[in-house]
Design a protein around this ligand. Structure first.
Ligand code: ADP
Length: 398
């Protein structure tokens, strides 16, 4: 029996299959439209065996999930002898109400639909994926796991914006936090690696991928996350600006005549590493350009590092100390240069990097100097495994 994990994103569907008994991965897959709204590429990578890649006419998320299920069944990965016992759907936004994993029934679908205005690219995709699994898998239980749930205990002083209070009451404008599944996984994994109870740890976790955010975690509870009302706040990202002076937005609308849609596009797609470097939104490519002497690529990396370092410092102060700094996500896990640069200056928090360990590290690893009071961990994030774990726990407790 297996657990199917589905993550319907803004332009792709990722899926993973795990054995129910021991949570070993059976296969993972990706359905990607890559700019073509009619034809999708579906790649299936079984844990044992070769990858399969097909192109299919798929027009929506519902069709995408059904095509993915067909591939799993044609590859004999699911079927009569290997049924799916439960499906975990990753959903990006659960508003203020949802504080943990939930069973998905008709009432819950209506609740989820109410959050669509908070995540207009993701929630409708998630609901379509849910409908597809309902149609294709009959009575198999469905569980919803929400990225915002890990941040359910952020205190009002951290989540309220200093704008009219009515914006919060009427429109739900507050900080929510994102990447919760990754931050929750890294919290558990850090405690395991340090061989300490999560209850006694103060952690700053940096998830640095195409998007990026950091979370301050005290005793296993998230105190704040750098992303806010939307995943645009916080770190500078691949093509997203992260935090900027809101006065800039007023200025470019009033003085330069940019429309709301233009601004939306620029802040999401033409800013961040791409905006400053003019080279790419991909960290590796910007690193390569900087190494070959591209001045603006180097500038982009310098701004990126400066902002990560400053926010790590701010989060450590909100915690009143630091037991471990965690690097995760494609950039955090792979760029030794980034980690070394961010760690210059955080020695004052008791975190000292071992340069040799850092340069050679294979995640998961502790790259702090042996006498460093605070540890520096590099953790390969496993959002799909975290979801599978939570699904199994829900099933066992039901
Ligand atoms: P997503 O947020 O889409 O899941 P990832 O976590 O996979 O993204 O991170 C993608 C980012 O990681 C890209 O900017 C990519 O350049 C960067 N990255 C991947 N491998 C490396 C590497 N070896 N060195 C530096 N950056 C890397």
């Amino acid at each position: 029996m297996s657990i199917l994990v589905i993550n319907a994103g803004s332009s792709s569907v990722k899926f993973g299959l795990f054995r129910f008994d021991d949570l070993q991965p059976v296969a993972r897959g990706l359905l990607d439209w890559a700019g073509n709204s009619r034809q999708a590429t579906i790649t299936l990578q079984p844990t044992e065996g070769d990858a399969i890649c097909v192109h299919r006419d798929v027009h929506d998320y519902r069709g995408g999930v059904i095509a993915a299920l067909e591939m799993l069944s044609q590859g004999n990965l699911v079927g009569l002898n290997t049924p799916i016992r439960v499906v975990g759907h990753r959903l990006i936004h659960g508003g203020e109400e949802i504080r943990g994993p939930v069973w998905i029934d008709e009432a819950m679908k209506r609740t989820i639909a109410r959050f669509a205005h908070l995540a207009p690219l993701h929630i409708p995709a998630g609901l379509e994926a849910i409908a597809a699994t309902e149609a294709a898998l009959g009575g198999v239980p469905l569980i919803g796991l929400f990225d915002t749930a890990f941040f359910a205990d952020i205190p009002p002083c951290a989540y309220l914006y200093p704008v009219p209070y009515q914006w919060y009451e009427d429109w739900g404008i507050r900080r929510y936090g994102f990447h919760g599944t990754s931050h929750a996984y890294c919290t558990q994994r850090a405690a395991e690696m340090l061989d300490r109870s999560v209850k006694e740890l103060k952690l700053v976790i940096c998830h640095l991928g195409q998007g990026g955010s950091a979370t301050a975690v005290c005793g296993g509870v998230a105190i704040t996350n750098t992303m806010g009302f939307t995943p645009l706040e916080g770190f500078m990202m691949g093509s997203r600006s992260g935090t900027i002076d809101p006065g800039i937005l007023i200025h470019v609308q009033r003085e330069r005549g940019l429309t709301v849609d233009q601004l939306d596009h620029i802040l999401h797609n033409e800013s961040g590493l791409l905006g400053i470097s003019g080279v790419s939104s991909d960290f590796r490519q910007v690193e390569a350009a900087a190494a070959s002497g591209h001045r603006r690529a180097q500038l982009a990396l310098d701004v990126y590092v400066y902002r990560v370092r400053a926010m790590v410092g701010a989060l450590a102060v909100t915690l009143g100390g630091l037991d471990a700094l965690v690097f995760s996500g494609g950039i955090g896990e792979n760029s030794a240069w980034l980690r070394a640069e961010v760690c210059k200056g955080i020695e004052c928090l008791g975190a000292h990097l071992d340069p040799r360990h850092n340069a050679q590290c294979q995640p998961d690893a502790d790259v702090a100097a042996h006498d460093s009071p605070a540890r520096i961990l590099v953790i390969h994030t496993r959002e799909d495994l975290m979801i599978a774990r939570q699904c199994r726990r829900m099933m066992e407790e039901s």
